[in-house]
Design a protein around this ligand. Structure first.
Ligand code: GLC
Ligand code: CA
Length: 737
């Protein structure tokens, strides 16, 4: 196993070093495997490592903020502790992160923040108080340091993601321009606006959200953070140009902060703008509390063009392995629910904990350490793109919320059991497409035992976790897709080298049953088979990005595409010739066809053989504009909701079930006025009318008279405000509170 890891590492380094030398001048025709660091839209083979930059390693004390912003020993946990990009880089070059096997880093928000303490003694060490989104936070280094870190990471086969804020600037108070920096926002050094000098309304001024509704969360401020109005043309343009600075610096992915607090329509226009520039992996923080389900989170993941941090996954995993208030059956239920709800489950970022939660490790007891290993094993083998929070591999503690869960990384021990487990499973994820693209099948479950299998054609990974720390589990009649070789019972060694008390198993021929075996108390075992030659048919595993304009490139990854170009099917209609810009056995790049806006299923065809199709790839008709639709004098009874129905896809394509909304009527516009924002194609003539539904979604009335017409501008944002013509088919309206 370890030889395999070294070999693999060397291969990546050799390849990537050559490209580091030629940065910016990569010949697109050159072959590279789907798991290569240059594939910044497919993270399914990666393990992401989340770093709070200020709390990792101080690689350059000269950039540390001065007192009172700095806590040298990091005992004042609300202050800067000195960590920086040089420090992160040092953990790549000294071999720690490469040995751990993680192949992507998520770094704290890198942009310039407010550099003052705010009473009682808080600071911007976390990065969530931006003042200039186009400049670096000097406490983390210079732009040259940042780019150097990216070059070094890439040379080691490691991608770099950044956390990025779109919702807010810094703490501010209405009518107090002396508070902190009054939310002042700069455009590469030039003052754009301050919270209390905001005649043009670049900020929302509706007070602080109580989280009671999406309308409240989207339009009011989160805590006291000055809340940007993305619909304002200057803010729209600013946020769209700011992210280009970081894309041009070479990032491979973005975690988008607080997506629940920003209009989804505007965010779709933002992602479309990113994809038009250079597509990277994007995942939004759609927070879902414990024991709650939130259909709107799934909807966001399916419609915004970005993935999400998979809170439903994380909360269940935490309930099972940290709080232990749910048993192992909850894992399967969660995978069933989320597997059906997400259009692209593989792209959702799974995790155990993060900088906003209690750390996964409960205590220093061996029993609690084993639970961490079990949780890690589950996340690193289950569907999705796993992310580990820095220090989990060292069993760092941090119960209690921020900043106690953001302590300075205190040791870099490569000998912990968790470190070894991550190393082995990250290598398996890189090597075995069953973990990247595979299906999920529950094989065996009891309240304490979970055995599941991932499968991608000839590749299979079987995982068994016995959560019970005292009781051995007897496993009989376990069925598997692992095969017996050459007609004889075949032994599969534990990929974890029995470090978590696992065992080897024997797969018998015929019924493909595993010979009865025992799983020790607390044991975790993983068995894998990799057989890429089992089939010669094209096997499509992943497509990204999932949204783009005609002419923009998407990347297909999988196996057996062959070396001779075939065609890519969009809803069964073949595309070949110049539209295909790259074709090799595991990776194809193709330009989206001008086939009309909408969702397509993509498949690969060659030599008469066709792959499975990968659905939900959205072709946009034109660059996107965030359009605010406002209607006045629209009466409705309590509980009734308004929607916008029109010819464009974003307005439901005339199908009332898919109309845009529900519209809001409490904050920005108040009843009987309503509004909603939609992402629509630029320069396009739209026609629309309003419909009224009850809470169950039944259409109660449609707007009478001629449809409203509006032609969208060539870019930016727009507002169309109309008066309701009247309702037809409605009962006499009662007043809505
Ligand atoms: C997100 C971050 C959290 C931060 C907040 C405001 O929830 O994860 O740490 O405080 O956004 O930016
Ligand atoms: Ca420093």
């Amino acid at each position: 196993m370890s030889d395999e890891i070294t070999m693999q590492k060397n291969r990546f380094c050799a390849l990537a070093l050559a490209c580091a030398l030629a940065i910016g001048a990569l010949p697109t025709a050159r072959a590279f495997p789907a798991t290569d660091v240059r594939n910044s839209v497919d993270f399914t083979s990666d393990v992401i490592y989340q770093i709070v930059t200020d709390r990792f390693v101080d690689g350059d004390p000269s950039n540390n903020p001065k007192a009172p912003l700095l806590s040298k020993d990091c005992r004042l946990t609300h202050l800067y502790c000195g960590g920086d990009w040089k420090g992160v880089e040092s953990k790549i070059t000294d071999g720690y992160l490469p040995a751990l096997g993680v192949s992507a880093l998520l770094l704290s928000v890198p942009v310039e923040n407010v550099m003052a303490t705010i009473a009682p003694s808080s600071s911007s060490y976390h990065g969530y108080w931006p003042r200039d989104f186009k400049r670096v936070n000097p406490a983390f280094g210079t732009m040259a340091d940042f780019k150097h870190l990216i070059a070094v990471a890439h040379a080691h086969g490691i991608k770099v993601m950044i956390d990025f804020v779109i919702n807010q600037t810094s703490p501010a108070r209405e009518d107090d321009d002396q508070y902190a920096e009054d939310g002042r926002l700069y455009d590469d050094g030039k003052l754009l606006v301050a919270f209390n000098a905001d005649a043009g309304g670049m900020y929302h001024h509706y007070g602080e959200t109580d989280f009671s509704s999406v309308e409240d969360m989207r339009n009011k401020s989160l805590y006291d953070l000055a809340d940007l109005d993305q619909q304002h043309p200057a803010i729209d343009a600013y946020l769209k140009s700011a992210i280009l600075v970081w894309l041009d610096a070479g990032i491979d992915g973005i975690r988008v902060d607080t997506v629940k607090h920003v209009s989804p329509a505007w965010q779709k226009t933002w992602v479309a703008a990113i994809n038009s520039h250079r597509p990277v992996f994007t995942a939004g923080e759609w927070y879902v509390p414990r024991n709650e389900t939130d259909p709107a989170g799934y909807q966001f993941a399916n419609q915004s063009g970005m993935s999400v941090l998979d809170f439903p996954f994380a909360q269940t995993l935490r309930a099972v392995f940290r709080y232990r208030d749910k048993d192992m059956t909850a894992l399967g239920q969660m995978l069933d629910e989320t597997g059906a709800a997400y259009l692209h489950p593989l792209d959702q970022v799974t995790f155990l904990d993060n900088h906003d939660q209690n750390r996964i490790t409960l205590s220093d007891s061996p029993e609690h350490h084993r639970l961490v290993e079990q949780a890690l094993a589950f996340a690193l083998t289950a569907r999705g793109t796993p992310m580990i929070y820095y220090g989990t591999e060292q069993y760092m503690l941090g119960a209690g919320h921020a900043p106690l869960n953001r302590a300075m990384m205190d040791k870099f021990d490569r000998g912990t059991a968790a470190f070894g487990l991550v190393r082995r499973l990250a290598a398996l994820r890189k090597a075995n497409p069953a973990l990247q693209y595979g299906s999920h099948l529950q094989r065996f479950v009891t309240p304490d035992l979970y055995i599941f299998e991932r499968r991608f054609h000839g590749n299979t990974v079987l995982v068994a976790i016995n959560r019970n720390p005292y009781k051995e589990a007897s496993v009989t009649q376990l069925v598997t897709a692992l095969r017996c070789a050459n007609g004889a019972p075949t032994r599969y060694a534990d990929v974890l080298d029995e470090q978590q008390d696992g065992v080897a198993i024997t797969v018998n021929c015929g019924a493909a049953a595993v010979a009865p075996f025992k799983l020790a108390p607390g044991a975790v075992a993983v068995w894998a088979e990799r057989d890429d030659s089992a089939s010669t048919l094209p096997e499509l595993g992943h497509v990204g990005p999932v949204m783009g304009l005609a002419g923009e490139e998407i990347t297909l990854s999988g196996r057996h595409f062959g070396s001779v170009r075939g065609s890519v099917l969009f809803d069964a209609a073949p595309l070949d010739g110049a539209a295909i810009t790259h074709w090799e056995d595991t990776l194809i790049k193709v330009r989206l066809p001008a086939r009309g806006a909408g969702r397509y299923a993509v498949a690969v065809q060659r030599d008469g053989a066709r792959s499975d199709s990968y659905g939900g790839i959205e072709i946009l008709g034109a660059p996107q504009v965030s359009l605010r639709v406002v209607v006045d004098d629209a009466s409705a009874a309590a509980g009734e909701q308004l929607f916008v129905l029109g010819d464009d896809d974003a307005l439901g394509a005339n199908a009332a079930g898919r109309a845009a909304g529900p519209m809001d009527n409490r904050i920005v516009y108040r009843y009987p006025s309503w509004h909603t924002d939609v992402s629509v194609p630029a320069g396009t003539a739209l026609s629309f009318r309003f419909v009224k539904k009850n809470a169950a979604g039944t259409v109660l009335a449609r707007e009478s008279g001629a449809a409203h017409r509006f032609t969208t501008p060539a870019g930016g944002t727009a507002t169309v405000r109309v008066k309701l013509n009247g309702w037809s088919g409605a009962a006499a309206p009662a007043a809505q509170p």
